[in-house]
Design a protein around this ligand. Structure first.
Ligand code: BDR
Ligand code: CA
Length: 308
């Protein structure tokens, strides 16, 4: 991996997506942000991506993408992120506009024009699947995919399914079965080790900067949701893990494992991780297992500190 990888961040902000944007813009060559329906409807996730880039004064193109999954009905995570997808922080008037409403074409063109692009999807995988279907030549051109989704363990929206995979299981199935050179999976088994709490919010607030204050409010709203849903005053920093797996691989351990996605029935949206250790199918995914939490918090706080 290069010190400063080229990435396209495909997201559905989302409180943890907002944190992922702040880390990505500091630590990567961020070629663009693409948005997808997920935590909230597309109109909202796109608004939120634009707002985060505006607040932190990040010079990046935003392209909106799919407003619905491939085959299932759109589902959102308002129970976590609120109706707007970013409930809680005080937000300014939106001044920025999307560069296009065709994220899929942006992804295809960008991968064709640049070597070694990492796709970093941290929402449902609809845009990535659509790009792979429309332009199969890009699959082997990318450096890899580092995604937040799934779990080598319990789910969060069903006993076995994690939201991003469950929200578009057919897209996830297609992407995980693709011949991408590398697929890294930051699932719930990993992201549940990367908790953020009021201690971090206080550090962000103490920066006294526009972005520090915003990031603190994002963390506080997210921690409040954690308290409401799980009864503990902390929240999982899911999406930053997929970014840091590319920018700070030394913070992680992983296994090369076979992963498939269930697209129907009671297990719909489940990532079936073959952990048998004997007779397992050919590995297709680097399944992240452990993260150095304290060092990863420093990456987040350090990133926020670089903005206005
Ligand atoms: C994932 O779902 C969303 O709510 C978060 O942004 C994260 O990408 C966690 O299941
Ligand atoms: Ca997300």
């Amino acid at each position: 991996m290069t010190a400063r990888p080229k990435i396209i961040l495909d997201c559905d902000p989302g409180h943890d997506d907002a944190m992922a944007i702040l880390i990505a813009a500091h630590h990567t060559d961020l070629l663009g942000i693409t948005t997808v329906s997920g935590n909230a409807p597309l109109e909202m996730t796109t608004r939120n991506a634009l707002l985060v880039s505006q607040i932190a004064d990040i010079d990046v193109e935003v392209h909106s993408g799919a407003d619905r999954p491939l085959h299932v009905e759109p589902k959102h995570a308002s129970h976590v992120h609120g109706r707007t997808g970013l409930d809680g922080p005080v937000l300014p008037e939106l001044e920025r506009r999307v560069v296009s409403t065709d994220a899929v074409t942006f992804i295809i063109d960008t991968v064709r024009q640049n070597d070694d692009v990492w796709l970093v999807p941290v929402g449902p995988l609809t845009n990535i699947a659509l790009a792979f279907m429309a332009a199969p030549d890009i699959v082997e051109r990318i450096a890899g995919i580092s995604l937040m989704g799934g779990s080598a363990g319990p789910g969060n929206v069903t006993p076995v399914a994690e939201f991003n995979i469950w929200a578009d299981p057919h897209a996830a199935h297609l992407v995980l079965a693709s011949s991408a050179p590398r697929i890294i999976m930051a699932g719930l088994n990993l992201t549940s080790q990367y908790m953020v709490d009021q201690v971090t919010a206080d550090r962000l607030n103490a920066m006294g900067s526009v972005t520090g204050t915003f990031a603190a409010q994002v963390v506080e709203a997210y921690v409040e949701a954690g308290l409401r849903i799980r009864g503990v005053p902390s929240a999982n920093m899911h999406d930053p893990c997929a970014v840091m797996a590319v920018t700070h691989p030394n913070l992680f351990t992983w296994t090369d494992s076979h992963v498939d996605v269930s697209t129907e029935g009671i297990t719909i949206g489940m990532t079936v991780v073959d952990d048998r250790g004997f007779g397992s199918a050919e590995p297709n995914v680097e399944v992240l297992r452990n993260i150095e939490r304290d060092a990863a918090i420093e990456v987040f706080v350090g990133s926020v500190a670089t903005y206005r």
